[in-house]
Design a protein around this ligand. Sequence first.
Ligand SMILES: Cc1ncc(COP(=O)(O)O)c(C=O)c1O
Length: 313
Amino acid sequence: MVPAPSWVSYGPQAKIRSKSFIPITTDIKNGYRLQAAELDKTCSGEDIPQKILILNNPSNPTGSVHTPDELRSLAEVCRKHGVIVISDEIYALTKFGEIPFEGIAGYYPEGTITTSGVSKAFSAGGWRLGYAMIPDELNEITRPLSAFVSETFSCVSAPIQYAVLPGFENYESVRNHVELCRDIHGAAGEFLQQRFTEIGLNCPEPQGAFYLFPDFENFKDLLTSRGINNSEELSKRLLEETGVALLPGSDFYMPDDFMGVRVASVDYDGAQLMQDFPQSGKATLEMYTSLFPRLADACERLENWLQWIYYCI
Ligand SMILES: Cc1ncc(COP(=O)(O)O)c(C=O)c1O
C-alpha cells in the first residue's frame, strides 16, 4: 500500500516482485498526508496475508510532513492490522517547516523498517548509498536481505562506504552544508507555493523535500475545452508550449483525470546560490525573484499560458 500521490518508483519496485500494489488516494484538505481512517478502510477491505505500507515522510511529490499525532494514529492502525511499515525518510534532514520531524518508528518500533540514503540531504546523488534500520522484531528479514544485497548490484562498494563515513561519524563537519541546503529548499518551496496560489492553482505548502504538487483543477473546464483531459496531456502541452517541465500526477498514482502535477524546485545554479543566499536570517519575499530567476520565469510562463489558452480557441 502506498499513499497516492507517492514517488514513482514504489510501483515498479513492488511489481518487479509480483506484489499487489494498492494506492490509497489522499485528500488535498489534509495536505495529501495519509490519514489513519483511510489506511484502516483499505486494510479492512483487502484480503492480503502480509500487508506492507510504504510511507514517505517528508514526501516526494508533495513536500508534506506528517504530524506526530498523525503518526501515532497511523501506528495504531498498523498494529491493529499487523502492517509492516517501510518508512522512507530520505528527506528527513531537508525538513524546513514548523512541524517537528518524527519518524513513525517512534510510535511503531516493532513493525517499522526505516530507510534513507545520502543522495538528498548530503547532496550525494548518484553515489548509490542507502540504508535500512530493521528492528529486532523483524530480524528474520535481516539475514536474507544481507545475503541478497551482497550478491547483487544493491551492494554499496567499499570506497563509497568510506567516502560517506565522515558525514555520519562527524555530523558537525557537514551540518552547515545540510542546513544551508535545507534553508534554500524551504525558500524555493515558499516562493513557488505563493506564486502558484497567485496564479490560481491549488497547492499545499511544502514542509520538506524539494517538490510541490499543485493542481489545475480550478481550470479544468477551460483545459477540457482545449482538448486537455488528463495530467499527462497537461504536462505534455506545458512542456511543448511553455518549455516548463512538470511530471503528470498520474505518474504518482493519482487518478488520470486529476489535473495535478509534480514540480521540482531545484532549477538554479546551486554553487552561485550558496554564495548569494543570506546566511543569517531569512530570505525575504523581495529577494526570491533574484535568488530563483528560473523558477520565477517558469511561474510567469505558466501564468501567461493560462491567459493565452483562454483567448486561443
Ligand atoms: C522518496 C524517494 N525515496 C528514495 C529515493 C532514492 O534516492 P537515490 O536512489 O537517488 O538515493 C528518491 C529519489 O528521488 C525519492 O524521491
